[in-house]
Design a protein around this ligand. Structure first.
Ligand code: SF4
Ligand code: SF4
Length: 93
């Protein structure tokens, strides 16, 4: 089991121009704008679970990304809030 980031659609303010998580995600083709829905979207196959996107989104007080557990078969385990990997906290300085 491992953790990936998931955007909470209703909380994401990308339609107002926010792109923070997209700018800070260190993985190529991992976090991008869904221009049809105008929300940020995580490609869970690319996400490394570093939580940097959570840190920057929370720092801007949007709280629109949470980590979720993924099973060994690659399925998102809904309603199971992942344990913090704590690595993202390192980015808070
Ligand atoms: S930082 Fe948060 S609010 Fe901004 S685009 Fe990313 S998910 Fe949406
Ligand atoms: S957890 Fe890290 S790799 Fe995954 S979407 Fe967020 S910033 Fe990108």
């Amino acid at each position: 089991m491992y953790n990936v980031a998931q955007v909470i659609d209703e909380k994401c303010v990308a339609k107002k121009g926010c792109r923070l998580c997209i700018m800070y995600c260190p993985e190529a083709n991992c976090l991008d704008l869904n221009s049809a829905k105008m929300i940020a979207e995580v490609n869970i196959d690319r996400c490394k679970g570093c939580e940097l996107c959570v840190v920057v989104c929370n720092a801007a007080k949007h709280m629109a990304i949470e980590m979720q557990a993924v099973s060994s078969t690659g399925e998102l385990i809904k309603h199971h809030k992942a344990e913090s990997a704590a690595l993202g906290q390192a980015y808070q300085g």
